[in-house]
Design a protein around this ligand. Structure first.
Ligand code: PSU
Ligand code: MN
Length: 303
């Protein structure tokens, strides 16, 4: 085992007994939602995973340790510290670990640590992708490169419209990442069920998801798989409301010259404020929905 990795006793026992485990990220806690809703949601997501027969492993970096499985106290600590915690992507790991610092894990680093621990299924809200105008800015999330190389199934509600969805799909195609729609042919776009783009394949059950992932592994193909699970109809937001907020946030980011790792947190925060908190309610529901599917898929992976 990696000398910097700490697996919680509960997660370690589940993995040893081939029981289902679901990884969860921590940037969604520190940077994705305000306190205290972030901590409440993180704990509710863990409970939902337990209710569906799997063990949750919230992943983070605490005091230079890669944690697979955080305690409620550690989740509270990360949630309270919020954006003061370093948003840790792949390039941040060496220095953070060497200095013994804290880091909130993005999709990228959650995949890295999950794979180190032997966890195959990961539930989150949204992934990073290719930003608008990436032709000029080169702003392409490291999440896409991680999906290309690390063997973890990522269950999300689709990429948000803060990204260029068409270019994000092109990038994933180039990198050989299967883009799956769960019970849908259309790529969902996080707050809404519709994007106008098609997924590569529609799969309809946790068993089908598990079978496809198993086949990928058995074929020796590198990388993960992106499962897009649409937000439940009753919680989805009207397209005009969310598009208005996204366009306004994008304009503001451009005017202010926001770039680099601040870009995604800036856009998420502005979209939330512009929608007067409605987007936060939708965000919480879609994460819970993904947690349920991830728990059932992790269970299907174990049979
Ligand atoms: N997209 C969302 N919600 C999020 C993120 C992205 O809809 O919380 C977070 C995730 O942790 C993701 C990261 O891995 O932002 C991507 O950041 P960047 O675009 O800087 O790679
Ligand atoms: Mn970026």
């Amino acid at each position: 085992m990696n000398k910097y990795l700490s697996i919680s006793p509960e997660v370690e026992e589940a993995l040893r007994n081939h029981q289902p485990v679901v990884a969860l990220e921590s940037t969604i806690i520190s940077h994705g939602m305000p306190y205290p809703q972030n901590v409440e949601t993180a704990l509710r997501v863990e409970q939902t995973i337990r209710d569906h027969g799997a063990v949750p492993a919230t992943i983070a970096i605490i005091g230079g340790r890669l944690k697979a499985g955080c305690t409620p106290e550690e989740i509270e600590y990360l949630g309270k510290k919020g954006p003061a915690v370093t948003k840790a992507s792949r390039r941040d790991l060496p220095v953070l670990i060497a200095r013994g610092e804290d880091g909130a894990t993005t999709v990228t680093t959650t995949m890295i640590i999950a794979a180190m621990a032997g966890i195959q299924v990961f539930a989150t809200g949204g992934i990073g992708g290719v930003h608008h105008h990436a032709q000029q800015t080169f702003d392409i999330s490291a999440d896409l490169e991680e999906l290309a190389q690390t063997p973890v199934m990522v269950i999300c509600a689709g990429p948000k419209g803060i990204l260029d969805l068409g270019l994000t799909l092109e990038y994933l195609e180039t990198k050989g990442v299967p883009v799956i729609g769960y019970q849908t042919d259309e790529l969902p776009a996080f707050y809404t069920r519709h994007s106008g783009f098609e997924v590569d394949y529609r799969l309809d059950t946790p068993q089908e998801l598990a079978a496809a992932f198993r086949a990928k592994q058995a074929l020796g193909l590198r990388g993960g798989m992106l499962v897009n699970n649409p937000i439940p109809e009753e919680y989805s937001m009207p397209a005009d409301v969310i598009n208005f907020a996204i366009n306004m946030a994008l304009r503001e980011a451009e005017e202010k010259g926001v770039h680099g790792k601040q870009c995604t947190p800036f856009l998420l925060e502005r979209v939330k404020d512009i929608t007067g908190g409605d987007s936060l309610a939708a965000n919480i529901q879609l994460v819970l929905n993904n947690a349920r599917l991830a728990a059932m898929t992790a269970a299907a992976m174990c049979v």
